[in-house]
Design a protein around this ligand. Structure first.
Ligand SMILES: [Zn+2]
Length: 383
C-alpha cells in the first residue's frame, strides 16, 4: 500500500519536501515530533521529523477539507542544506511550534542539525500547569510523586518537604488518557510498538505510522488545551527553558539524572535572583541554593547543604533500570531490575500486537489534495 493512501506523507524527495514546507509556512502553528537513534543524547542521530498543522489532520468520515497529512520528513534523505527551508520555520520564533516532552528532540535538532528550535510551546509543561487549574493541590502532587519515588520516601515529613517544588511528568499517551480525550478518530488503532532501527532504510510502514501517530495525538491534545485555557502566556518562556536544557551538551542516555520522569527545577518555578548558585552533583545544573535540601548533621547543630538538587535527591530512590526502560512509568514495587519487563503503561499485549491487525483501508488520501491550498480554505468542518 502506498503512503499516499494514508494519513501521512513520507517526504523523502524534493517534491514532497516542498509540499510539506509550503503547507507548514502557511500554518498558524506547527506540530512537531522527532524520531532518532538515541534521541538527543551522546551518539544520537536524527531519523525522522514528523510535522503537522493543528486541526487539519483528523476529520469525520468521509474526509472533508481542510485535510492535511502528517508530513514525515526523512532527515537521512536530505543534506542539512536541503532541509534549511524547513529548518528556517523551526527557528522562526514568530511561528508557533507545538511539541510534547521535547527536550531530547530539541537537543537532537541543535547538536545534530544545527537548528535552534524557537517559538515552541511544550504541552508536557502545559499539562503540569493545568493540574492546578483542574483543582489539584499539594496532596495530589505528592500522590503523583509517591507512585514514582515510593511511599517510604514521602512518609518522612522532612523528606516529604523536599518534594514541594518537584512535579511528575506524564508521557503523551498517559496525558491524553488523563484529560479524557477521545482518540477514536485516529485511524491507526493500537499504536505500533516502538522501533529501534531508526537509521535503517528503507523505512517500513510500521515505523512511519509510529512517527505520525504522536502528531495526531498532539493535535487532539493541543485543541483540548486551547479550549480549556491551559495554554498560558508564560508557557512560551517556560518551554524555552525546558527545551534548551541540553543546549550546552548532549546528555548520556545512561545518566540517571537526565533519563527520568520528574520536571527539572526552575522551569515553572523561580527562585529569587539574589541567591548564590550551586552546581548540582547529579544533573550538573547551576541552580540557586534554595534548590538543594538542607539537613542538620547528627553531631553538630550546623546545617549542611546536600550536594544534589531536590529532583536529583528523589532519583536516588528509583531503580536506574526502570529509568532506562521508560522514564515516565511507575517503578515496580520490587525495585528489582529483573522484574521490569512489564512496567510500562502500555501493556505487553499492546506492544506485541501484530501490525497486520492495524487498519488503514478506510483512510484514503483524497484526490483533491494536490489542488488544495489550506491558506485560502475557509470551510467549516466537524470533528
Ligand atoms: Zn540536580
Amino acid at each position: 500500500m502506498s503512503s499516499s493512501q494514508n494519513t501521512y506523507l513520507l517526504c523523502n524527495n524534493k517534491t514532497t519536501l516542498s509540499r510539506a514546507v509550503d503547507a507548514l509556512k502557511n500554518a498558524p502553528a506547527i506540530l512537531i515530533d522527532c524520531e532518532a537513534k538515541i534521541n538527543g543524547c551522546i551518539g544520537g542521530t536524527l531519523s525522522l521529523i514528523s510535522l503537522g498543522v493543528p486541526s487539519s489532520l483528523l476529520s469525520s468520515r468521509p474526509r472533508i477539507p481542510p485535510f492535511l497529512p502528517v508530513f514525515v520528513v526523512d532527515a537521512l534523505a536530505f543534506s542539512k542544506n536541503e532541509l534549511r527551508q524547513l529548518y528556517k520555520l523551526l527557528e522562526d520564533a514568530s511561528v508557533r511550534k507545538v511539541i510534547f516532552g521535547g527536550r531530547n528532540d530539541s537537543s537532537e535538532l541543535h547538536h545534530g542539525q544545527g537548528v535552534s528550535l524557537a517559538g515552541a510551546i511544550d504541552l508536557q509543561i502545559a499539562d503540569i500547569i493545568s493540574r492546578g487549574m483542574r483543582g489539584e493541590g499539594i496532596e495530589d502532587q505528592m500522590q503523583r510523586i509517591e507512585r514514582y519515588v515510593g511511599r517510604e520516601e514521602l512518609d518522612d515529613p522532612e523528606r516529604r518537604a523536599c518534594y514541594t517544588r518537584v512535579h511528575r511528568l506524564s508521557c503523551l499517551d498517559r496525558c491524553v488518557k488523563e484529560h479524557g480525550i477521545n482518540t477514536d478518530l485516529i485511524p491507526y488503532g493500537p499504536k505500533p510498538s516502538h522501533s529501534t532501527a531508526w537509521l535503517k532504510r528503507p523505512l517500513n510502514h510500521r515505523q512511519v505510522v509510529y512517527a505520525a501517530d504522536d502528531i495526531l495525538l498532539l493535535d487532539l491534545l493541543y485543541r483540548h488545551f486551547q479550549t480549556r485555557g491551559y495554554i498560558l502566556p508564560a508557557l512560551v518562556s517556560q518551554s524555552a527553558k525546558f527545551l534548551s536544557i541540553h543546549r550546552r551538551r548532549r546528555p548520556s542516555e545512561h545518566d540517571r539524572y537526565w533519563s527520568h520522569g520528574l520536571l527539572p527545577l526552575e522551569i515553572i518555578d523561580k527562585s529569587s535572583n539574589a541567591q548564590a548558585h550551586v552546581v548540582c552533583a547529579g544533573c550538573k545544573r547551576d541552580l540557586p541554593s534554595d534548590c538543594f535540601p538542607v539537613r542538620t548533621s547528627e553531631n553538630s547543630t550546623t546545617d549542611i547543604r546536600v550536594d544534589k538538587c531536590f529532583v536529583c535527591c528523589g532519583l536516588a530512590h528509583i531503580s536506574h533500570q526502570c529509568h532506562l526502560r521508560n522514564p515516565y512509568a511507575d517503578p515496580e514495587p520490587s525495585q528489582n531490575a529483573e522484574d521490569h519487563n512489564n512496567s510500562d503503561d502500555e501493556s505487553a499485549d499492546d506492544l506485541a500486537r501484530d501490525f497486520d491487525e492495524l487498519s488503514f483501508i478506510e483512510w484514503e488520501y483524497p484526490d483533491w489534495y494536490d489542488l488544495y491550498d489550506p491558506a485560502t480554505d475557509d470551510s467549516e468542518y466537524e470533528y
